[in-house]
Design a protein around this ligand. Structure first.
Ligand code: AGP
Length: 611
């Protein structure tokens, strides 16, 4: 969601802030602004729409100074207008904010009654006035005014504050929304996400809830929620700035789709040994007493694409390790009174590690004393800091809003976990484990083969890009792949698409089929082959245009459907990972053909840090 950047140093702050905001664009936004200290005061420039508008405005009226803050806003309270864009100012206090202040109306009424004048519809402006109010009251002590104010805020926030009367000094505070701090010899930085800091440092300090800090020319002073001076360890982020760039591809999403074979090696290293046919997950030691698991059942919580990975993970774990698994939308989990105890392993799955609903579900699990194992991409993110153990998916930075490589990486990690658990619990014979490990190691080649179908997929994408409704169907492990294919298509092409368990079609959704409605079916040569062929016949009989993602060894499929995307044949566990590739490519090429903003689709944010 909103992007935040702050800089204190010796250079001109404006280009540094703009570069930081550019690197955070992927988070999704609809207006932007900066505040920079120049000639004894802070100057603010804000614009609606994309960063290029802000750059243009700053080119016309440059602001130059050695410290400042920048923000990209994803509208929650109030339209995406210039007046609602951040930074907001009240007196000498200037604020940028990510999150939602739930009691802002109540506070606004109190402050308005005290004579404060509001100019925007945002919840953020309340923070600004509240700090200013305490600042005036307490004899102009900014740090204490911030401390007083944040105790009165309900909801989530990551805020960066400047005081127009204080040089080379930024204040930061966080509860619920992410903030990361970094420094070089001459400068201090703060941002809402890692990529903004990568050009300057890879060692980063991830603020905990309640933390607040002062960033100045002298250094970083960190305090906990009680105001006590504290030190926290910096964490090394193994990403390079280049990894967060397009590298010659038209879009980040396309680059990330094509990175998938390569990242598999990072996932396997140290975990999967072909020579010894073993799976080692040292990170999970704490979840086992010897070979005995400290849990009897598993509950997975996630949102969006990560939820689809969870659904496939459930099949993998139950089928291989025979441990019961439930899967919940993280946003529903807390509200359905889940049955949890200290023998339930809760697995939050999240690419970003900052998704508010997943984080809240994880916190509930911790309150109930459940062991928690996160599956996550971002080192040091909130979800990993709360978990007892983390299985990192090592996908590298994912910038495109539509998740692609993180999805397949999540699937591979869940499969590795399922095999590991099956082995620990003696639910898999050694030769079978050996076969599975050997096959797993072929995955980079299988994914490369699937990617080589890009031109065929592009042709099919052009043919279906005028459709008003597209259905995706699959069975068993491939039903969530159908859900994921439909999600990818809707989020970046804005076409209506739905995924269904193929057997469910005749219970209602088949009514949607008209002459020419595209139906994309995952048709592996497994135990469900005949069943899904019957489902294809049913939609064909009603006029559907059928596209099969089928095995390259299936010689008869081409006579049964209109188009075939022939992916390499593999086991039922790896098929969803391989089938995901053409699904992603299809969505990408439809969107690209339609000319939508593939990497930053309308209304969406990469990391959903509000509920
Ligand atoms: C994926 O394409 C979506 N943009 C979205 O559904 C995403 O997967 C979801 O918001 C969860 O994000 P997370 O994995 O970072 O928690």
């Amino acid at each position: 969601m909103c992007g935040i950047i702050g800089y204190v140093g010796n250079e001109n702050a404006t280009p540094i802030l703009l570069d930081g905001l550019r690197r955070l664009e992927y988070r999704g936004y609809d207006s932007a602004g900066v505040a920079v200290f120049e000639n004894d005061d802070v100057k603010i420039q804000r614009t609606e729409g994309k960063l290029s508008n802000l750059e243009l405005a700053l080119a016309e009226s440059p602001i130059k100074g050695s410290f400042g803050i920048g923000h990209t806003r994803w509208a929650t309270h109030g339209h995406p207008t210039e007046t609602n864009a951040h930074p907001h100012r009240s007196g000498d206090i200037i604020v940028v904010h990510n999150g939602i202040i739930e009691n802002y109306l109540e506070l606004k009424d109190l402050l308005a009654a005290d004579g404060q004048v509001f100019t925007s519809e945002t919840d953020t402006e309340v923070i600004c006035h509240l700090i200013d109010y305490h600042y005036q009251l307490n004899g102009k002590d900014t740090l204490n005014a911030i401390r007083e104010s944040i105790t009165k805020l309900k909801g989530s926030f990551a805020i960066v504050i400047m005081n127009a009367k204080e040089r080379n000094r930024l204040y930061v505070a966080k509860r619920g929304s992410p903030l990361v701090v970094g420094e070089t010899k001459d400068a201090r930085f703060v941002a809402s996400d890692i990529p903004a800091l990568l050009p300057y440092t890879k060692d980063m300090l991830f603020l905990e809830d309640g933390d607040h800090a002062v960033l100045s020319s002298e250094g970083i002073e960190l305090f906990d929620e009680n105001g006590a001076n504290i030190e926290r360890e910096f964490q090394h982020v193994p990403w390079s700035p280049l990894m967060a760039e397009k590298g010659g591809y038209k879009h980040f999403m396309l680059k990330e789709i094509f990175e998938q074979p390569k990242i598999m090696q990072d996932i396997f290293t140290g975990r999967v040994s072909g020579a010894r046919s073993t799976i080692v997950l040292d990170e999970l030691k704490g979840l086992f007493d010897g070979n005995k698991a400290r849990f009897d059942r598993i509950s997975i919580v996630a949102c969006g694409t990560s939820l689809h990975a969870a659904m496939i993970g459930k099949h993998m774990i139950e089928s291989l390790a025979r441990v019961p698994v439930s899967v919940d939308y993280a946003s529903e989990f807390r509200y359905r009174e889940p049955i949890l105890d200290e023998r339930t392993l809760v697995i939050p799955i999240s690419q970003s590690g900052e998704t508010a609903d997943t984080l809240a579900a994880e916190k509930l699990a911790k309150e109930r004393n459940c062991p928690v194992m996160a599956v996550c991409n971002v080192v040091g993110s909130s979800i990993t800091r709360i978990a007892d153990a983390t299985l990192y998916i090592y996908a590298g930075p994912e910038i495109g809003v539509a998740s692609t490589k993180a999805f397949t990486a999540q699937l591979v990690v869940l499969y590795i976990f399922a095999l590991y658990l099956a082995d620990k619990l003696n639910k898999i014979e050694n030769d079978i484990l050996k076969e599975r490990v050997a096959e797993l190691l072929t995955l980079p080649r299988l994914l490369k083969q699937a990617l080589s179908l890009a031109d065929d997929v592009m042709r099919i994408a052009k043919d279906i890009s005028d459709a008003s409704n597209i259905l995706y169907i699959g069975r068993r492990l491939n039903f969530p792949v159908a859900l994921e294919g439909a999600l990818k298509l809707k989020e970046i092409s804005y076409l209506h698409a739905e995924g269904f368990a193929a057997g469910e079609l005749k219970h209602g959704p088949i009514a949607l089929i008209e002459q020419g409605t595209p139906v994309v079916a995952v048709v592996p040569q497994d135990g469900t082959y005949d069943k899904i062929l019957s489902n294809i016949e049913e939609v064909k009989a009603r006029g559907a245009y059928t596209i099969a993602i089928a095995s390259d060894q299936d010689e008869s499929i081409s006579s049964k459907v209109d188009e075939v995307i022939a992916v390499p044949k593999t086991s039922k566990y790896l098929t969803p990972i391989v089938a995901a590739i053409p699904m992603q490519l299809l969505a990408y090429y439809v969107a690209d053909h339609k000319g939508t903003d593939v990497d930053q689709p309308r209304n969406l944010a990469k990391s959903v840090t509000v509920e």
